[in-house]
Design a protein around this ligand. Structure first.
Ligand code: SAH
Length: 344
């Protein structure tokens, strides 16, 4: 058996074999076919949709890659009120969304009390929906409080599992051990947890990517978010090249084979880098898309990287068009909550 067949049979490849798989295009077609077969075994043609509500772009952090880092004076800051967030949910629910993802910068305005208040209001209004939070690093107590208020899932990308590389992407206050602790806290509390990393981030090597794959094997997250690094003009990484489509797709395929039941989004960054990016992702093992439910007026302000798709195709209002694109790619958007099948 060659390395793709062995991965498909759940065998653990060596680092050298993973490096070989990552560095050549000769297995790409075989990898795509195997990843697609495995996703169909577990999920059929289902594609889950998540309504993304980007509720604040204030952030106390200064991640070197990110367009909403606190040092970016050019970013026009905004916050959504609880009422505005609930309106997004209402609109989303009518469109068929059964998962709401509240994502934002690490904004001290949203105290634990405010976050819990918002989460419990959504929980009361939409008892049949999943609530996902993505608001960065918090204490175990805070995570527990959000969970008790009704949150079910949490997205916190590990960004890179190599501590030295982590320090090259983040200011000194942020460390990989802390990030790792947060992810394990979230798991222990009972969240469905999403980790992940950027592909092609500055200084990233094959060894770093292999460390990311090993970390994911250890964490066993329910969701894995990966997408290309895309530069933002008002950040220190403005001159670094974007990640490569082929490598993102290769990694999606590998991740589907290594984590057969994981929820794997075809991310906005993937859709931004190539007009067919998301469809290609879906054909290489991805089974989730996360259209934007934020009010039109703030969408262009949540600019993590340049040219982020924020209008038409990305809007939930065009969910119909998205569904058609998904169908053309060979899959079907479903309204189910789409919980992780990784738990049992
Ligand atoms: N504050 C939250 C949400 C961060 S934004 C948190 O800390 O989890 C969500 C993700 O966008 C990040 O985890 C990062 O991986 C990604 N991201 C940020 N800047 C990016 C860039 N320039 N290119 C690609 N992805 C980026």
């Amino acid at each position: 058996m060659n390395i793709v067949e062995r991965l498909r049979c759940n065998e653990d490849l060596t680092d050298t074999e993973l490096a070989e798989l990552l560095q050549t295009d000769k297995y790409d077609e075989q990898l795509r076919i195997a990843a697609d077969a495995v996703r169909r075994e577990h999920y059929g043609t289902d594609v889950y949709i998540r309504g993304l509500i980007e509720f604040t772009n204030y952030c106390k952090n200064d991640c070197l890659y990110c367009g909403i880092r606190r040092s970016n004076r050019c970013a026009q800051r905004y916050r959504l009120t609880k009422e505005e967030i609930l309106e997004c949910c209402q609109e989303g629910y009518a469109l068929g969304f059964r998962t709401f993802v509240l994502q934002g910068g690490e904004d001290a305005y949203y105290t634990d009390a405010r976050i819990c208040d918002i989460v419990s209001a959504i929980r009361r209004n939409y008892p049949d929906c999943a609530i996902t939070l993505s608001v960065g690093e918090k204490s175990h107590e805070s995570y527990q409080a959000y969970f008790d208020a009704g949150a079910n899932r949490y997205l916190l990308r590990h960004e890179t599992a190599t501590p030295e590389h982590y320090s090259q992407l983040h200011p000194a206050e942020l460390t990989f051990p802390k990030r790792r602790e947060c992810l394990f806290d979230l798991k222990a509390i009972g969240y469905q947890v999403g980790a992940g990393f950027m592909v092609g981030s500055p200084f990233q090597t094959m060894e770093h990517i292999i460390a990311d794959l090993r970390f994911l094997q250890e964490l066993k997250p329910d969701m894995i978010g990966i997408g290309p690094f895309l530069s933002h003009k008002d950040t220190p990484f403005c001159d670094y090249p974007d990640g490569e489509l082929a490598l993102v797709l290769r990694l999606l395929g590998i991740l589907r084979l290594m984590h057969p039941r994981v929820l794997l989004p075809a991310t906005t960054a993937l859709g931004t880098m190539h007009p067919q990016g998301r469809e290609l992702g879906l054909q290489t093992g991805a089974n989730v898309v996360m259209p934007n439910l934020s009010p039109q007026s703030v969408r262009e302000k949540y600019m993590l990287y340049d040219n982020k798709i924020s209008t038409d195709e990305e809007s939930a209002q065009s969910v119909q068009r998205l569904a058609q694109a998904v169908e053309r790619a060979g899959y079907c958007v479903v309204t189910a909550r789409g919980d992780a099948k990784t738990k049992n």
